[in-house]
Design a protein around this ligand. Sequence first.
Ligand SMILES: *Cc1c(COP(=O)(O)O)cnc(C)c1O
Length: 355
Amino acid sequence: MEELIRQNIISLKPYSSARSEFSGEAKVFLDANENWRDFVSDRNYNRYPDPLQRTLKKKIERVLSLPADHLVLGNGSDELIDLLLRIFCVPGKDKVLLTAPTYGAYQVFADINDVGVSFCPLQDDFGLDMQRMRTMCSMDAKQAPEAGIHKLLFLCSPNNPTGNSFQLEQIEQIATLFRGITVVDEAYHEFSEKASAITIMEKCPRLVVLRTFSKSWGLASARVGMAVAPLLLVKVMNKVKYPYNVSGVAQELVSKALDHAEEVYHTVEVIKRERERVSHMLTTFSSVKHVFPSDANFLLVRVKDPDALCTSLREQGIIIRNRSSMTGCDGCVRITIGSKEENDVLLQAIAHLEE
Ligand SMILES: *Cc1c(COP(=O)(O)O)cnc(C)c1O
């Protein structure tokens, strides 16, 4: 792991904030140049939050059974993706490996960091092309490190926008073969029946798993994502991230959401049932060619005319996502599963267009 990290990051001496140097009980805090008054609440918003979010991580450990010492929290998982790129990839030299299609943010953040991208296309059913994956992952083993290598591999499972999960045995095989860091983005894990890649982390020392509070937890606005990572990497990520990357307000919101875990799990079940209902209903329309199976809270749907469908629905105030320009997704739109009422509005609108 250590030889994969950029040299300047290894030698980096981190910024040490007032709040990270002092931990414990005190009655007078005059160390961080804060205002002594909170003008808007009685919740100490005048104080800097805990840079390592220790109280929240303990609660996450209790409620979600994720090991607190292996957690890094970020300003959305987007921050964690960017952080990994900045830690491992030398700009203008190193590269990352992505499947095609997948979540667009990986490429955007790679581009911003001047990190090259190689694509491994998925099969027609959006499963991993294991032969090609093995070739691409093992290529670097023979390359001179000076040439720049694939430092990160992003596997999004369940994958956005296709909705399918990759087989855990395949992820394990690839993560074992790949000499860089394999990042499994499980943003939609809660909507899936499949086991998490966290279960293979002991066998795969260079594996990082990402989760988020933006989807099943209903907190997209709070911007909180999680990485479950090996201890050495947790240390390095904490050193590189902004000291107060998760605001006190966001930490409070996540803590409150965790108090509602039962409701969250119940709603996830409702969404999964709705996913099956909407999927079935969509197949009855003549404008729909195929509905792909989904382990997430959205459906990828191949239709006869995606542009016309998106435009007509938009005119009625219904927004879906046109994904037809993505690799392997010709003719496809992505539809999020909403409430029963919202889904009915969508289904009725499509039925109406068929008349
Ligand atoms: C929505 C989504 C996320 C979540 O990003 P946040 O920054 O945590 O909101 C991460 N990965 C994928 C694949 C997503 O679709």
